[in-house]
Design a protein around this ligand. Structure first.
Ligand code: NAD
Length: 269
């Protein structure tokens, strides 16, 4: 068997031709990682993307990268712990991608309560407020797409990730509830559930994982991150963005209240 590496095969080229011309999409956490890939993919499909993040530099880079695409990307610097501002920012959007997130790897007895609170605020309460802000316009026009970046950790737990796992499990419930309420109004709500994606969020946790598990950093990828994945590679952000885009296509209009895993077989266990 080929030894697992952080680098995998290049993501396949886009397989679906999608025209989102005339649609407005809001993507949170768009300054990097999966959010950036989603913003670029939605803009490539013609959408007018409102890119939300607290990181102004990353947003500026994103806007530059998006020049020349059929759609547009507009930067909106916002810290999502400002929940009122989050709700206001979502008004008038046709597609909402709840993606912003953060991670801390610590045993529960050492987990700082203030970080637990922040993780739940950004990854569960802010999505609630963003959905709340987006629904009146979606209901008014009888069409809307809510895509929530959950994780395998919305379906399974891992040790030392209490806040993250709690937030993602909560997001799964929020997403299903939005699906039930939105169905009569042409609004779908789904989760996308990747395994480990090649992003800064994963790179940043290698040292903490090594300390928490008592193993060397170079063993984290094989012994922790990819241990339960049948496919021994990281997922690329662009692959996740394709799944997000798919949920916005006419072909996906009957898909709601579900969780689309891109986990290399992790949850097949
Ligand atoms: P990332 O760290 O690369 O990007 C997250 C973005 O969220 C950053 O740009 C950050 O600035 C932004 N953000 C964080 N807190 C914020 C706040 N208070 N206000 C505004 N913006 C804020 O992470 P990523 O890996 O791209 O993760 C994106 C989403 O995908 C997260 O919800 C994460 O849980 C989920 N996810 C990631 C992986 C993975 O392996 N990377 C796997 C499954 C799910």
């Amino acid at each position: 068997m080929t030894a697992p590496t952080a680098s995998g095969p290049a993501a396949a080229p886009p397989s679906v031709t999608v025209d989102l011309g005339g649609r407005t999409a809001l993507v949170t956490g768009a300054a990097g990682g999966i959010g950036r890939a989603c913003a670029l993919r939605l803009a490539a499909a013609g959408a007018k993307v409102r890119a939300v993040d607290r990181a102004a530099d990353g947003l500026a880079e994103l806007v530059e990268r998006a020049s020349g695409l059929p759609g547009t990307v507009e930067a909106h610097v916002l810290d999502l712990t400002d929940l009122d501002a989050a709700e206001t920012a979502a008004a008038g959007t046709d597609i909402l991608v709840n993606n912003a997130g953060l991670q801390l790897v610590r045993p529960i007895e050492e987990f700082p309560p203030d970080v637990f609170h922040t993780v739940l605020t950004v990854m569960l309460e802010a999505p609630f407020r963003l959905i709340r802000g987006a629904l009146p316009h979606m209901y008014g026009q009888g069409w809307g797409r809510i895509v929530n970046l959950s994780s395998v950790h919305g379906l399974r737990a891992s040790a030392y990730k209490s806040a993250y796992v709690a937030a993602k499990h909560g997001l799964e419930g929020l997403s299903k509830t939005a699906a039930l309420e939105g169905a009569a109004h042409g609004v779908t709500s789904n989760c996308v559930n990747p395994g480990y994606v090649r992003t800064p969020l994963v790179e940043r946790q290698v040292a903490d994982q090594a300390a928490a598990h008592g193993i060397p950093p170079e063993a984290v990828l094989t012994d922790v991150l990819l241990k339960d994945s049948a496919l021994k590679r990281l997922v690329e952000p662009e692959e996740v963005a394709e799944a997000v885009l798919y949920l916005c296509t006419p072909q996906a209009s009957f898909i709601t209240g579900t969780s689309l895993t891109l986990d290399g077989g992790w949850t097949a266990h």
